[in-house]
Design a protein around this ligand. Structure first.
Ligand code: 2AL
Length: 182
């Protein structure tokens, strides 16, 4: 995934199909979020766009938040090892150093991921770009102690952080709306 630096005016002129093409994976495997947010245009800037995605996620019931969490791949899991992650996840997980774990660390991660899924019914999600491998392992251990209600909200908040950073990879963060195209 490359940084595209799109001006917000270009985003605001996108057709629905172009918008989905561009932002359909800012929430991993959940183009429904982009499909819903499109109606909020025009967006003032990249931060505003990210806030619209975040607000949509916040308004979902717990079952919807959990559904979004289930669409996320495990950190350093089977898909990562098979090289089958989306380009965004591949880059995020590599940035966190998850591709450079010792055998022991990998086993610990697998064990904790499985315990987490057994307890909550959805995978552990954390913004990998804001955490390194050790913080992720530590976070997994700590969050395993939480209640299901707390974890669905904590996980959804991590999805919002991932989404904001993905949007800032696409849209020029300094670009402001100059005129309403609508
Ligand atoms: C991920 C992922 O793929 N990228 C990221 O920041 N977090 N997955 C996860 N289970 O937390």
């Amino acid at each position: 995934m490359s940084t595209t630096n799109l001006p917000i005016d270009k985003v605001n002129k996108m057709t629905y199909e172009e918008f989905i093409e561009c932002f359909g994976n800012v929430v991993e495997h959940c183009s429904l979020c982009a499909a819903a947010v499109w109606r909020e245009r025009p967006f003032r800037d990249a931060q505003c766009l990210a806030t619209c995605f975040g607000d949509f996620i916040d308004r979902l019931p717990i079952s919807g938040k959990e559904g979004i969490l289930r669409l996320h791949p495990d950190l350093a899991g089977r898909l990562a090892q098979a090289g089958k992650l989306t380009s965004e996840s591949t880059r995020e997980q590599a940035n966190a150093g998850l591709g450079r774990m010792s055998g022991e660390e990998q086993q610990r991660m697998n064990r904790l991921n499985e315990r987490y899924k057994d307890k909550f019914g959805f995978p552990f999600v954390i913004c990998a770009r804001e955490n390194k491998k050790d913080a992720i392992l530590h976070g997994l251990e700590e969050r395993l102690e939480n209640s299901p209600q707390t974890e669905s909200i904590t996980g959804a908040n991590e999805v919002k952080k991932i989404c904001r950073l993905r949007i800032l990879d696409i849209v020029n963060p300094n670009s402001q709306l100059t005129h309403s195209p609508l």
